[in-house]
Design a protein around this ligand. Structure first.
Ligand code: SF4
Length: 434
């Protein structure tokens, strides 16, 4: 049996050609581009759940063409929202050749009824509990239209992703997932709706084993922790990072700002090889953060943003801040305020995204009620394209404001300033007794 595991190519990051060109070619954005590169581990987990006697071909359409003439027995496609329509097109082309197609991933999990229109089967939720049964049904010619898991996967039972499938692929970064779930429930985010609010994690040994495996296959790749919120369970993070120290790797990951409250943990984050943390600040406007999540967590932490940034950077860790613009309290003055915040606080990088009405989020529900969702063309849900009518500016002003802010915070001048700031931090750190 031969199975193709397909990651569809993503659409251009923006429909605006000037924007596309800047995101693609600005030398100051190289690290940012690298951060978002590489395949997620979802298809590699499917690979690990597939018996060794099945031939597998991993196709990353972002870097290679799909050969539709290949005689696969089954094609499994995973997609996030912006890839969904391309996933449906790929599914259509294979099904025309009577090849069965399975769709999974975040978008299919959120909208299984839509995905069902384009596939023989849809995997709803985490694959670990579903793929072996699906494969068995496929062998016996009794595929069901939907495979849905009733219970959350115990990550300690999750197999080591089949990293061998990356052997022939060029990867600067390889993603590991140590945890799933996020205790917050931000109104714009699908992650906690897919993985749940309960924080689950793999055993420390599993994660170390996975990193060692990656290093056998891609010796020089940067390790990326794909977890939505890697460091929110401080006890687990400490145990994990104490072991990571010995591996002598370089890594990046995502956290919320609470990591800044624990300087011992921050020291360990740095010692274990962290190059940069991506932190979801979301907004610097108080009224935007009020009610953003049900416990008002982000709102309560706004007053600690600057102090928290200093604490993290003081340990020699760069910060990539993620911000959203287009909230109801944002008028065009938000762009200058945001650029000043990012530059004055020496953030190593920033993602400035348009508020996007992803399916099944609170944000979408509210904007739909108010008739402010401009379209449902999933390929436009790139984070840089504007798909809503903001309250206090026009869609054009929002798009232009995002591009102008990117240009300011990724200007050559800002890069020099950032560089000298970090130079002074590193020289201070070197002078401190260890
Ligand atoms: S903290 Fe991040 S992962 Fe968690 S719900 Fe908010 S945006 Fe999503």
């Amino acid at each position: 049996m031969k199975i193709a595991l397909v990651s569809p190519k993503s659409p251009p990051l923006s429909r605006n050609v000037e924007f596309q060109d800047f995101l693609k070619h600005s030398p100051e954005m190289e690290f940012y581009r690298q951060y978002w590169s590489g395949l997620g581990s979802g298809l590699l987990v499917i690979g690990a759940l597939t018996p060794n006697n099945v031939e597998l071909e991993l196709i990353d359409e972002g870097i290679e063409e799909i050969d539709f003439s290949q005689g696969y027995d089954l094609v499994a496609i995973t997609a996030v929202t912006q890839q969904a329509n391309r996933a449906y097109e790929i599914a259509r082309r294979f099904r025309e050749k009577n090849i069965r197609v399975v769709l999974g991933g975040i978008h299919a999990t959120i909208l299984p009824d839509e995905a069902k229109l384009y596939a023989d089967s849809v995997v709803v939720g985490e694959a670990e509990n579903l793929w072996p049964k699906l494969l068995d049904d496929f062998r016996h010619n009794r595929l069901s239209p939907i495979y849905a898991s009733q219970q959350e996967v115990d990550l300690k039972e999750s197999p080591i992703p089949r990293y061998e499938l990356l052997e022939e692929k060029p990867c600067k970064i390889v993603w590991v997932q140590a945890t799933r779930g996020c205790p917050h429930d931000c109104s714009f985010c699908c992650a906690s709706r897919v993985y749940g609010s309960k924080y689950r994690h793999k055993s420390i040994d599993q994660v170390i084993h996975e990193i060692n495996k990656i290093r056998q296959i891609k010796k020089h790749a940067l390790i990326g922790f794909a977890d939505d919120n890697l460091l929110c369970d401080k006890g687990y993070s400490r145990q994990l990072l104490e072991k990571v120290v010995g591996l002598k790797i370089k890594w990046i990951g995502q956290s919320d700002i609470s990591v800044a409250d624990d300087n011992d943990l921050l020291r360990l984050v740095k010692k274990s090889g962290c190059v940069a943390l991506l932190i979801g600040f979301e907004s610097i406007i108080e009224d935007n953060l009020r009610g953003l999540d049900s416990s008002n967590w982000k709102f309560k932490h706004l007053k600690n943003y600057v102090e928290g940034i200093r604490a993290i950077q003081g340990n020699g860790i760069g910060i990539i801040g993620t911000f959203i613009v287009g909230f109801d309290n944002d008028d065009i003055s938000v762009f200058n305020k945001l650029a000043a915040f990012i530059i004055d606080n020496h953030l190593a990088g920033a993602q400035i995204a348009a508020l996007t009405p992803f399916p099944h989020t609170e944000v979408r529900k509210n904007l739909l009620t108010e008739g402010r969702v401009l379209n449902t063309l999933w390929e436009n849900y790139t984070l840089y394209d504007v798909n809503i009518k903001p309250k206090k500016m026009s869609p054009h002003e929002l798009e232009k404001g995002i591009l102008d802010t990117f240009k300011k915070v990724y200007s050559p001048g800002a890069a020099i300033e950032k560089g000298s700031y970090f130079k002074s931090i590193f020289s201070e750190l070197h002078q401190k007794p260890k």
